[in-house]
Design a protein around this ligand. Sequence first.
Ligand SMILES: [Zn+2]
Length: 334
Amino acid sequence: MATPATPQQLATLVQDQQAAEAAALEEQTANQADGGASAQLAALVAAALAAWIAAFGTLTAAGAGVKLAALLTGVRSDVDHASRGLGARSQRVLEGALGEATHLGARHAAALLTRASGHHHAIPDVAVPDDAARAASFLAGAVAEQLRMAARLLSPRMVSGSGWRGILAGLGAARRAATMARQTIAWTVHRAINGGAAQVADHYGARLLWVSEPDACVTCLAYAGHVSDRDGHFPGGLSMDPRARSTTRAALEGPPAHPVCRCRAVPWLPGWDTGDGSLPALLRDQAWRSIAAGHGRPSESRAARRRAAQALLARRGLSARVRRQAAATAAGRT
Ligand SMILES: [Zn+2]
């Protein structure tokens, strides 16, 4: 038997080492699926701008008639070319990665059990989770639908009223097809990883412990250090921001909690410590420190972070330092 790892060593294992491996798999899958489409679609904005100026002189010109129709035919053809095969390729690459993702999650979970207990835990057989497989199966269709919408926006009828802004809207819609593929891949790969971990937890009679990223959003930080119930569920609708809380949202089977969530679930045996100094307590303290510091995600408003810091002040067990920082954040002084 090896010496069990400390809570800090376990946190480092999951949040640094294992999270980096998960991110690398997501990145590799997303890049292979994209195949350069994002960059090509992004480059079309400059090309369309040059064509517009050549045809109409200024960006504020209305743009109409045969010239507009010809320009749009060119733009639509460029979009077709840049996005050719994107949906089918994304789905194929994603479906191909799900087995590896599930196994990665299982390997990570077994490593956590081994390190936390000091006893070797073998990796049981795991299967790709249904919800991940289902999400992947819709990807080609969703990308195709988004590209059809872009083509509709890039029709003379739609652009003749709005001019250059109409072209930008159409190209934006086309670029969102690539973004959508990337986000679906991120969610699905992480769902498969966490599904693999959940199967290992099941195999060993363990529950799941939610490990958020140290700088996660107010939703995920509310789950940091939470242990699932007997059925492996987490309560739905938690948030560190009181205004975002909901008591009616469905329970979660684990991360991801939202499209770009990179939280992890790890097995946690019923007898294991959840009190002061344990890994769950360490994760909760980490979340509280993050809320107190008030640094939001780009997607979050400062107001949400301020409300979260204010709500944190009502909790017992804050250190003097965290309390001081939370008060400063709540007052808008950070
Ligand atoms: Zn998360």
